[in-house]
Design a protein. Structure first.
Length: 494
């Protein structure tokens, strides 16, 4: 066993309203009440806008609004008043927002470009009356940088053709044909629509009825270009609930081409953006140029309404950047923590590199704040990082060489009595064929995010410990040396 290191500084003080039990310190949460999917993510005039599914009157899912927050750096957030309220056409379900810089919609005024939000109106009365056409797409615009919104008098702009699940429009500009493309979840497939003015839409094509995972309904899609070695590809994200690899909600993806009419995938097999159970309904920001920035809802519909937080329920994942990667298995999506997270870093400390059995890195004075761990092996060996506390809660993040899988074991990580599906071990296949493994792990008060092999295998899991998991040890069945092992305490975002 190696010596203990006196490494850990004191946690930054945060305003008291962000200090409740389980309150994340480096993740966005609403100050109070329920949140689910991120919506309307658009970058405009130096600010990242984040709208999200919100129920202002309760901490369980209820009549949906779009709440609003903005950030100048993707990391620190200002919580703003609710942007869109339910109306006679229905509740405000998920959707997207764009900057209409050519004023195709005509909503612009005095040279000001409108921000246009495209969302699903969900009509509760229609649902209760067992109609099938209760979800329709509508728009709203803002001429004051997202502060206030006016719903279009001609709503809905895309009427339901008789499909019960007809929702979550993600709209983007298709420059080659100077038109808008709407990527819409339509039950068990994606339907693409196009428009010249965001008000009139025509159907282009469908994708996926016979491809991908179909263990549940398709929701919250996204379609965006990404380049690799000078060639452009299109990535299609599709959230599905249930049917994710470790149960419940998850997000699959396809890489292919898109010609303004049709998406053609390069591969047939199902791939997942994140193998943890707590990254759902994630999509990318619009208007960020070639950088594709992603955030998801850090939760799972299996237990989202039961997680043991009190003032609020729901959080986002850390902001991430999506990139392409190619090897002999073809082209894959990889996910990096957004580089802006470096703004939170305190001084990095090197940790002991010899792993001989179980090595306690820290077991006297637990860390009190969030932190990042980075590790690189010198060869392939099984290993496990145990993050624990003096209340005997422990979370294990590891790699198992025999099955070539990463895993997160949250069975003993704290309160798990609220849902019998919660206390489980989750697995992610290793995608990389490299002879060494690198891991970056972000640990917050109630979540862990694992980016393995430069983000080719990703896992996001929430957990609810009695105290922060501020004790760290690493163990392995065989002695080996790490090329790199370091720890960086992180400042709270609040
Ligand atoms: C996904 C989802 C969306 C829907 C929204 C309702 O989590 O079910 O399909 O628009 O949540 O809040």
């Amino acid at each position: 066993m190696l010596g203990l290191l006196p490494l850990f500084g004191s946690a930054q003080q945060s305003p008291s309203q962000n200090k409740e039990k389980y309150r994340p310190e480096i993740h966005f949460t609403p100050e109070s009440k329920w949140m689910n999917d991120p919506n309307g993510m658009v970058y405009y005039k130096g600010k990242y806008h984040l709208f999200y599914q919100y129920y202002p009157d309760g901490t369980i899912w209820g009549p949906m609004h779009w709440a609003h927050a903005t950030s100048k750096d993707l990391v620190h957030w200002d919580r703003l008043p609710v942007a869109l309220y339910p109306d006679s056409l229905g509740l405000i379900f998920s959707g997207s927002a764009v900057v209409d810089s050519l004023n195709t919609s005509g909503f612009g005024k005095d040279g000001k470009s409108p921000l246009v939000a495209i969302f699903t109106h969900h009509n509760m009365k229609g649902e209760q009356a067992k109609r099938i056409d209760f979800q329709n797409q509508s728009i709203a615009y803002s001429l004051d940088e997202g502060n206030t919104w006016t719903k279009y008098s001609g709503n809905p702009v895309l009427k339901n053709p008789g499909i019960v699940d007809f929702r979550d429009p993600k709209v983007s500009w298709f420059p080659e044909q100077k038109k808008w493309i709407m990527t819409l979840a339509t039950k068990d497939r994606i339907t693409f629509y196009s428009s010249l003015n965001l008000k009139e839409w025509r159907k282009e094509s469908e994708f996926g009825e016979a491809l991908g995972a179909h263990g549940g309904v398709w929701e919250c899609p996204d379609l965006f270009p990404l380049s690799l070695n000078g060639k452009q590809y299109y990535v299609l994200l599709i959230s599905i609930n249930p049917g994710a690899p470790n149960g419940g909600s998850g997000t699959q993806y396809f890489i292919g081409s898109f010609d303004g009419n049709k998406f053609t995938p390069l591969q047939k097999e199902t791939r997942w953006i994140d193998y943890g159970t707590d990254n759902y309904a994630g999509v990318t920001w619009s208007n960020t140029g070639s950088r594709k920035l992603f955030i998801g809802w850090m939760n799972n519909w299996i237990y989202a309404n039961q997680v043991p937080t009190e003032a609020w329920r729901g959080a986002t994942t850390l902001p991430r950047e999506l990139k392409l990667y190619s090897d002999k298995n073809g082209i894959s999506l990889r996910t990096e923590p957004a580089k802006e997270l470096a703004l939170l870093e305190k001084t990095t400390v090197n940790l002991p590199k010899h792993v001989t059995g179980s090595v306690k890195i820290l077991n006297k004075t637990p860390l009190t704040g969030p932190y990042k761990l980075q590790l690189q092996t010198d060869r392939m060996s099984s290993f496990a990082l145990t993050l624990s506390n003096n209340a005997l809660n422990k979370l294990i993040v590891g790699y198992d060489k025999a099955s070539d899988r990463f895993y997160i074991d949250r069975r003993a990580a704290g309160d798990n009595a609220f849902n019998k599906e919660f206390a489980k071990v989750h697995y992610a296949p290793r995608i990389s064929k490299s002879k060494t493994i690198n891991l970056t792990v972000y640990v917050d008060v109630a979540s862990v995010e694992l980016f393995a092999d430069d983000g080719l295998s990703v896992m996001t899991d929430v957990f609810f410990p009695e105290q922060p998991l501020g004790l760290i040890s690493i163990n392995s069945p065989a002695a080996f040396k790490l090329k790199e092992f370091k720890y960086t305490p992180l400042k709270s975002i609040w």
